[in-house]
Design a protein around this ligand. Structure first.
Ligand code: PLP
Length: 369
């Protein structure tokens, strides 16, 4: 699904030097590379503050802590996403309100949010799934109308740009009250372990987030609020500083793969290729097609016989996960439930060549005749 070794080989001397430098200075925690990376990412995204942390899941949790969300508060979140998005909501004793997604973009269906808003609703957490932005025009309107926070889960769409109806363009993760992202190795900007970050334009929130990431500390051994220990290691920051320079090339490479897949698979009547949003660019964290549920698992196993890996993101919608203990009935979030049975994600990464893409597409077209 990814070729992290191939990607590393192309920038090996830069990465190796950056890591060696951290070891030589033995500045493993809060070394200069960490602040430098926060600055570099902030300028890449055109946002005032980037605060790094240990992983994307922590970033979500820290965002909700910083916004003072309290047990009983209801948080709107799509039912078709990675578990982390809703997990931290439950962990903090908040109530996840799962919303169905749009069949074309896989993102939260903004037409279904308003009917679920109550006096307890405090925030919407749009997930920019697979690499393109949710409908942020509608989400901003709802947030203004009902005075809600927006926490963008931007773990999969770093670099993606959203153009509002008034023609203003912003980078994903910088639109809401707080944006979060992940540097898990297979994400579009991945480090060599775990990493994450929060983005905000609000100075006070940035201060609070920085404190929460570091045990709620305002000065050494002075703790004003309850926080966590969630920091980006200096070695990871050093790797990310090198790889951030490559991010736009990585985005181009992924789009080239997607364009070729579109061309080779788009005419197969059994395949629904991913829809490109008219208001968002796509960074193709995943290239996810939809096919008939009766053929999906067979396609997956036939491709595996040809050494072609595929993944089902995601096989179970969140309202059907035991962990959340929600009393949703089957059919209550129908689009999410159907997608779990019909989606399949194909290999897409920065090191793919034309032959590989053609081999995969031809194999799929042969199986799905
Ligand atoms: C990867 C991911 C996360 C969590 O990031 P980690 O760094 O693995 O904790 C959260 N949300 C989404 C949508 C993700 O894809």
């Amino acid at each position: 699904m990814v070729d992290l070794k191939g990607q590393y080989d192309k920038i090996k001397p830069l990465i190796d030097n950056a890591i060696q430098d951290v070891i030589d200075k033995s500045s493993f925690i809060k070394g200069t590379q960490v602040q430098l990376f926060e600055k570099n990412l902030a300028s890449y995204l055109n946002v005032k503050h980037v605060i790094s942390c240990a992983n994307g899941t922590d970033a979500l949790q820290i965002a909700m802590m910083a916004l003072n969300l309290k047990p009983g508060d209801e948080i709107m979140v799509p039912a078709f996403t990675y578990v982390a998005t809703a997990e931290v909501i439950s962990l903090l004793g908040l109530t996840p309100i799962l919303i169905d997604v749009d069949n074309e973009t896989f993102c939260i269906d903004t037409k279904l949010i308003e009917e679920k808003i109550t006096i307890n609703t405090k925030a919407i957490v749009p997930v920019h799934l697979f690499g393109q932005c949710a409908n942020m025009d509608e989400i901003e309107l709802l947030a203004q109308k009902y005075n809600l926070f927006i926490i963008e889960d931007n773990a999969q769409a770093l670099g993606s740009q959203y153009t509002f109806r008034n023609n203003i363009t912003k980078k994903a993760g910088t639109i809401g009250t707080i944006g979060i992202t992940s540097f898990f190795p297979s994400k579009n900007l991945g480090c060599f372990g775990d990493g994450g970050a929060l983005m905000t334009n609000d100075d006070n929130l940035a201060k609070k987030i920085t404190m929460i990431c570091n045990h709620g500390q305002s000065q050494k051994y002075v703790h004003d609020i309850i926080g966590v220990n969630s920091r980006l290691d200096t070695i990871q920051a050093a790797v990310l500083n090198v790889k951030l320079n490559e991010l736009s090339n990585y985005e181009k490479a992924r789009n080239q793969v997607a364009d070729l897949y579109d061309k080779l698979l788009g005419n197969n009547p059994k395949i629904k290729i991913p829809k490109r949003s008219s208001s968002s660019t796509h960074v193709f964290h995943q290239y996810t097609i939809q096919i008939n549920a009766t053929e999906r698992d067979n396609l997956k196993s036939e491709l595996l016989k040809l050494n072609i890996p595929t993944m089902v993101y995601y096989p179970i919608a969140l309202h059907m996960q035991k962990a959340f203990n929600l009393d949703h009935k089957i059919g209550s979030l129908p689009v999410s439930e159907v997608l779990c049975k019909t989606v399949i994600s194909l290999p897409i990464h920065t090191e793919m060549n034309k032959n590989q893409i053609e081999y995969i597409a031809q194999s799929i077209n042969t199986i799905l005749q």
